[in-house]
Structures are given as structure tokens and as C-alpha cells.
Design a protein around this ligand. Structure first.
Ligand SMILES: *Cc1c(COP(=O)(O)O)cnc(C)c1O
Length: 237
């Protein structure tokens, strides 16, 4: 058994028990394997073990792996989960099967234009900032830009709004992490009621250290890197 298989078995057990504890079916929680900093070979191996959804946080890095991933192109998907500058929107729309870190109206417009050009409908998640850390990307839930983006999205017909993403504060106490995940869910309920033309099915929250809490608070997608591929060197969040 490879290290990857052992990690996956352990992870699957933990996801299963978090789902049971939350009284939710395992099928409600999608597993995204976050492969940033790991080589294409690791992604190919993970795909051979049955993983189908991957997350990368940099356009350039994924572009350098893309050719080697051609054999699994049709059977797997890879989404961008890191901050995207508008000037890289065209490249991202071309490379990725989804952008889970949409955080401005300008970026949405650029992505929409690029997706339209490549005849593609690009799934997107809006990233919400629910943590006070300066470094965290995402839109403040009460911000004017958030409101504008949700108003604008139905008109951007080459983007397919699927839901919301958030990153919990780094190393915060459990109660604070839980509050963050809960606010994403209650925010979703509010926004979904106010924007019936938009889809808010996906709640992407929870990483290696906090996915059990995220599942308890309603995550439909968890983004797991370290618990699958091991520790990143150099350390990169
Ligand atoms: C790196 C990263 C993850 C995975 O983090 P782990 O702690 O390694 O599971 C999840 N989401 C985002 C946005 C990331 O950048």
C-alpha cells in the first residue's frame, strides 16, 4: 500500500465519522484534493486511487503541470482556489474547470469574457472573507462589492454561479472556526433567498485541520491537502 492510499483510507474514515456525527450522508460531502506544491505525478497517482476533483492555488504552477495531466483530463477536474489577478483571468478560464475564489466584480467580468471566448461555461464560487486576518482573500459579507457581484452574476452568462467558499482563520480556537463556518451557511441562506436566480448549492469550507467542524456546519465540499499528500515544503498556505 502506498503512502497516499494509507492517507486516503485514514481521511475517508475521518470524513465518514464526521458525517455520521452530523447525521449527514457521506454523499453530501465532496472531497477536493488540494495538490498545490506537489508534482503532476502525485496528482496522477491520486487520480488512479479514485480522486476526481483537485484544487490548485496558482495559475502558473498548474499551467506547468497541465501537459503531464493530459491522460486524466477527461476524468478529473481541477479548480482554482487561490487569489486570481484579473490580468490572469483569461489563462485561468482556459486552464481550469472552475474558479472557487471569485472575489471581485472586475474579475467576474474578465472571467466571463474569457469563458465566452473559449465557448465554455465556467463554474464559480464566491469567496467570502469571514476572518479578521489581513491576508485572507475574499469579499466581506456586508460589503458593497459583495452586493454588486451578486447583482451582476445573473447577467454574466458564461459563468455558472455554484455557491460560496471560505477559509477559516489560521489556528483559531474551535469555537471561532465553527462560527466562521456557520456564518457562511447562514449567509448563504440569506443570499439565496434574496437572489433566486443564482445557485448557492456548494459550500466549500474546511481543510485538513478543520474539515470535521465544517461538515458539522454544513460543508458540501472540503478542500484537503496535507492529510492526503503530506506536509508541503516549503510550507505554503
Ligand atoms: C492549501 C489550501 C487548502 C488545503 O490546506 P490543508 O491544510 O493542506 O488541507 C485548502 N484551501 C485553500 C484555499 C488552500 O489554499
Amino acid at each position: 500500500m502506498t503512502g497516499l492510499q494509507a492517507n486516503l483510507d485514514k481521511l475517508e474514515e475521518a470524513i465518514g465519522s464526521a458525517c455520521r456525527a452530523a447525521g449527514r450522508p457521506r454523499g453530501e460531502v465532496e472531497l477536493m484534493a488540494v495538490s498545490k506544491t506537489f508534482p503532476a505525478q502525485a496528482i496522477l497517482e491520486a487520480a488512479s486511487l479514485g480522486l476526481t476533483l483537485f484544487g490548485e492555488n496558482r495559475v502558473q504552477e498548474y499551467a506547468s503541470k497541465a501537459a503531464a495531466l493530459e491522460p486524466i483530463r477527461a476524468t478529473t477536474k481541477c479548480h482554482l482556489i487561490g487569489h486570481l489577478q484579473s490580468n490572469k483571468a483569461a489563462r485561468a478560464a482556459e486552464l481550469f474547470d472552475g474558479v472557487d475564489s471569485l472575489d471581485s466584480v472586475r474579475l467576474a467580468e474578465r472571467l466571463n469574457e474569457a469563458a465566452a471566448k473559449s465557448g465554455k461555461c465556467l463554474p464559480v464560487l464566491v469567496e467570502v472573507k469571514l476572518s479578521p486576518e489581513e491576508t485572507k482573500a475574499g469579499l466581506e459579507p456586508q460589503s458593497g462589492e459583495m452586493a454588486q457581484l451578486l447583482e451582476r452574476l445573473p447577467g454574466l452568462t458564461s459563468l455558472h454561479m455554484r455557491g460560496l467558499m471560505t477559509i477559516a482563520p489560521w489556528g483559531a480556537p474551535e469555537a471561532q472556526t465553527r462560527t466562521c463556518f456557520r456564518s457562511l451557511r447562514t449567509g448563504r441562506d440569506r443570499w439565496a433567498a434574496a437572489h433566486p436566480r443564482l445557485n448557492f448549492d456548494v459550500l466549500s469550507m474546511g481543510m485538513s485541520g478543520d474539515f470535521a467542524l465544517a461538515i458539522a456546519e454544513g460543508a458540501t465540499r472540503i478542500r484537503v491537502g496535507t492529510a492526503i499528500f503530506g506536509k508541503r515544503t516549503p510550507e505554503q498556505r
